[in-house]
Design a protein around this ligand. Structure first.
Ligand code: ARG
Length: 260
């Protein structure tokens, strides 16, 4: 079932990439709010580390040359110059946006479609003037209220967005999440977030993007990577995210091996 959901995500990502130039924001999506699902528009500069990837995924700027995303968004580890990263603008069509090509992809070792859903993309040239998002290295921040953001669908089955959307979602325990998902959640590697009543969630095209919160010093810290879910924003089906703290040392080693 996990595999099926991941494939669904890949198909959605492929379709998004194929039809590219993202659709205009769907004003008619909901009478209440546009958006991620159940969110609102992010302000320019609010999340300077947010990255849009040309295959139809999100990412977060880990360093000036590295973007942290989901393994299910990329192909195998190796040279890859086919991905375009768009940064520095909430509006993907902004004339002030930055676009940079990839030159290498590092996919989590042993990734097989279930778990280990993280990858690093190295940019051909470093980006300047944008702050990076640090990753959680302990479980200290793996609870509370999280922020999610992305240019993915604003409702299940909806179109990709031109403007960055954001929302906040509460932590859901592994035991509760696994009760909802019939045991498909890999507790050590994944962290869930969402409302039992649904309504707010990430969705197709948000994959790879960060889930983050404030740390003790009030800085943003990444605790999750958008990975999968049953539909989007459905009641009793929280979003499932890669638990960054679990992979933090692997991510840091991989980053170092890529030149930092
Ligand atoms: N796998 C999806 C993608 O490729 C992300 C799904 C997130 N779903 C959710 N209900 N939180 O974009």
């Amino acid at each position: 079932m996990v595999r099926w959901r991941t494939l669904t995500g890949l198909v959605a990502a492929a379709l998004a990439a194929a039809s590219l130039t993202l659709a205009a924001p769907a004003a008619a999506d909901s009478p209440i709010t546009p958006n991620v699902v159940g969110g609102s528009r992010a302000a320019q500069g609010e999340f300077p580390f947010m990255v849009r990837l040309s295959m139809g995924c999100g990412g977060a700027l880990y360093s000036s040359r590295l973007v942290l995303t989901a393994a299910h968004c990329v192909g195998a580890t190796g040279t890859n110059t086919s991905i375009t990263a768009t940064l520095g603008a909430v509006d993907l069509q902004s004339s002030s946006r930055i676009t940079v090509r990839s030159n290498y992809v590092y996919r989590a070792p042993g990734y097989n479609g279930s778990g280990r859903d993280w990858a690093l993309i190295r940019l051909a040239t470093p980006v300047t003037g944008l702050s990076t998002l640090k990753i959680a290295t302990t479980t200290a921040y793996d609870s509370g209220t999280f922020t999610v953001a992305g240019w993915g669908a604003a409702r299940e089955g909806g179109s990709q967005q031109r403007y960055l959307l954001k929302a906040t979602v509460p932590f859901v325990s592994d035991s509760t999440c696994n009760a909802y998902y019939g045991g498909d959640v890999i507790a050590a590697q994944e962290i869930c977030a969402g409302y039992a009543s649904g309504g707010v969630d990430t969705c197709q095209g948000d994959s790879g993007g960060p889930m983050f919160r404030r740390d003790a010093a009030n800085a943003w810290i990444q605790v999750g990577i958008v990975s999968w879910g049953q539909g989007c924003a459905r009641p009793n089906y929280p979003g499932v995210y890669t638990q960054v703290s679990y992979f933090a040392s692997s991510i840091a080693s991989a980053a170092a091996s890529l030149g930092g």
